[in-house]
Design a protein around this ligand. Sequence first.
Ligand code: PLP
Length: 428
Amino acid sequence: MSDYTINTKCVQGGYTPGNGEPRQIPIIQSTTFKYATSEDMGKLFDLEADGYFYTRLANPTNDYVAAKICELEGGAAAMLTSSGQAANFFALFNICECGSHIVASSSIYGGTFNLISVTMAKMGVTVTFVDPDCSEEELNAAFQENTRAVFGETIANPALTVLDIEKFANAAHAHGVPLIVDNTFPTPVNCNPIKWGADIVTHSTTKYMDGHGAAVGGAIVDSGNFDWMAHADKFPGLTTPDDSYHGVVYAEKFGKAGFITKCTAQLMRDFGCTQSPQHAFILNLGLESLHVRMPRHCENGLAVAEFLQAQPEVVKVNYPHLEGNKYYDAAMKYMPKGGCGVISFELKGGRAAAEAFMKALKLAAIETHVADARTCCLNPATSTHRQMTEEQLEAAGIPAGMVRLSCGLEDKADLIADLKQALEAIKA
Ligand SMILES: *Cc1c(COP(=O)(O)O)cnc(C)c1O
């Protein structure tokens, strides 16, 4: 499908049925696959032949959908995972081990922050967090001799900072390691990090890709561009024989598919964070309209951000594509068509005002979620960051009166009218 635009790839990528085969991606609802001889099956276990034998490792439905996401991102190979958390863990742990070090943007999703700074620390993987806006000197200074990966988010959830992908890619490559970018918020419709130098792209498909709040899932796409063999000493898992597969050397035997093949053959085999084929089918329904939905999410996000900016009850609006935003130039460079529908803003009157405002909203529901068809909102101070004091919240850049609003696909006039009446309600 490489000659087609991303719009067409969203609809028809990844799966081309043969004569008389199902038009829609079939759900292969089977844990296992039948073979005539043990010799046939043995070849699969030795990674000598392509094929399926157990859904924990691979399933055709998942592979069709992964192939579509691979085309959308312009990658060489891809796989689905059970969640975005699993995608980021696998992407990192596929090249890190006890004693490795990661350089990561400090402006990332809270779940990923925990994963890297707490859980992976218990595995002996250390991290240096850097401000995404740091200078090249500061960024380069974060690297160590044992650094194995650089990590950031295109648009960070929930800080809404924009990653300077080229700056991070250049620093990563100068130190002989890949850049991993979580591209969940803009989706490939609005940004292809690989075009800007990212080596591996991850997704929480739970967000816009599914887009309907229906199925938790994740994806990993490898560009195939990083030369593992050129940095063989840093990545022995890819460049030396794997004893658990009769001495296969992934980067040699599978070339551009080496990273994903190792990730499937080792991490999926051992951790089993598999996406169910049912979920992959639901995800694909979302992908079919992703190119139609994203522009509407962005249109609504910008209209709502502009409206809020003009209200006296609002102290500050964070939306990268809003003129005057600190990240406006970066947003226009990396995402000229728009970013996402998520904005955050701070109300005068702090926590109490935010609570009263959200209670008064009729269309926007209070939810621990973002990026689906229905508009939803959250006050970090009374939910995700509830344990923090007012002072700690200020220090973390999350004022008590901050509301995160994920603009859905409703009519922007209705969304703005809803916000207007809620602002009136808290004035009274
Ligand atoms: C939600 C999210 C994740 C985690 O994904 P899950 O599917 O919830 O596991 C990771 N990264 C970003 C940017 C997210 O928004």
